[in-house]
Design a protein around this ligand. Structure first.
Ligand code: SAH
Ligand code: SF4
Length: 350
């Protein structure tokens, strides 16, 4: 095994921090032996906090309309072949009711940046959800909004917010997004969310176009510095109707290595094994758990809209119903020794 990489893994496991060039060295030396060592340490770091518990979030993909044009995403405004839909408030609440019966205690409302969902409409939905299910957490994942908007959503009762930083390198950000979007604004949004008292989820795609080891090192240093409550990482997967249609997908191996590193940076972080990881490998999510993840996010969206919410090609579970997804994941997790729990799934204090 590469001796320096092994030393860095030990150091990270002990100190939960590394210098930027050490992260870069580690990212460049994620061979099988190093990944195994990382995973072993990551499981040991997770064990005293979460045991073998897996938190589930019920994902409600409520709008496929988006005014943004991120180059990597199938929902981008320029994709004329994307079938657009939005759920009504009543449909969203019905998804949550069904989810509650199935044991979900967190609902994630995710969508494109759809101007139809004004603060007023979105706040009303958040309020109704919290009123119907006061013992549940509501997570929003609806992109960049103003600080005032975030403040209103927080006041309406939203508990958490997922906004991946996508890349901690401004030049890389500029190659993934059109000129109208800025890295500075994305970072400002994350700071605003934090200050407003949301539990914040950052994150990035693994293997996104133009990404280098130096970029990934910066992402890890950013996670170390910002200490988000959650971190969503998954492989980039190309979508046929985007400018990145012919770019290669991120790899299983690199994603697993990075999951373990992130667990070691922040042992109590909420770390999902994402649908994208399950898309590039049939056991991607199980392998994600073994690498140190502790969250899964099955789909609660109604069956007839699922196939229209396609960020990337080949997305799994688009033909299933909520109950099937829940059961399937429970089986998958049990199959590798983990237990899906009925719990809001807040970070546990060490
Ligand atoms: N509009 C919201 C939420 C939906 S997109 C937002 O942008 O935050 C949620 C995440 O999906 C993005 O942050 C991005 O990291 C990921 N994503 C988009 N396109 C993808 C692709 N082609 N492959 C993998 N992940 C992708
Ligand atoms: Fe819209 Fe989000 Fe896709 Fe960007 S990543 S195009 S903001 S849905």
């Amino acid at each position: 095994m590469d001796i320096r990489a092994a030393e860095l893994v030990d150091k990270l496991a002990g100190e939960h921090a590394l210098a930027l060039d050490d992260y870069e060295y580690l990212v460049e030396h994620l061979d099988e032996e190093v990944r195994d060592l990382l995973a072993e340490h990551a499981r040991a770091a997770r064990e005293p906090i979460y045991g073998h518990d897996v938190f589930v979030r019920g994902l409600i993909e409520f709008s496929s309309y988006c005014k943004n044009d991120c180059y990597y995403c199938g929902l981008r405004a320029s994709n004329a072949s994307c079938e657009r839909y939005r759920l009504t408030a009543g449909q969203i609440l019905a998804c949550a009711d069904r989810g509650y019966e199935l044991g979900f205690r967190t609902f994630v409302l995710q969508g494109g940046e759809d101007p139809r969902f004004t603060d007023e409409r979105l706040c009303a939905i958040v309020r109704a959800l919290k009123e119907a299910h006061p013992d549940c957490a509501v997570t929003l994942s609806v992109g960049e909004r103003t600080r005032e908007s975030y403040a209103r959503l927080r006041e309406a009762g939203a508990d958490r917010y997922l906004l991946r930083h996508e890349t901690a390198t401004p030049e890389h950000y500029a190659r993934l997004h059109p000129a109208g979007m800025s890295w500075e604004h994305r970072m400002q949004c994350l700071r605003d969310l934090r200050e407003l008292g949301f539990a914040v989820g950052a994150g990035f795609m693994v293997g996104s176009p133009f990404q280098t080891s130096a970029n990934l090192a910066r992402d890890l240093a950013f996670i170390q510095e910002f200490q988000p409550e959650m971190c969503g990482i998954g492989p980039f997967v190309p979508h046929h109707a985007t400018p990145f249609a012919n770019e290669p997908a991120g790899t299983l191996e690199q994603t697993l290595g990075l999951l373990s590193i992130i667990r070691l940076i922040k042992p109590n972080i909420l770390l999902p094994a994402t649908t994208a990881l399950g898309t590039i490998h049939p056991r991607g999510r199980e392998l994600g758990m073994e690498a140190g993840a502790n969250v899964v996010m099955p789909n609660l969206s109604p069956g007839d809209v699922r196939a229209k919410y396609l960020l990337y090609d080949g997305k799994i579970c688009t033909g299933d119903e909520a109950a099937e997804c829940r059961r399937c994941l429970e089986m998958r997790m049990a199959g590798c020794g983990y237990t899906v729990v009925t719990d809001r799934g807040d970070p546990r204090i060490v």
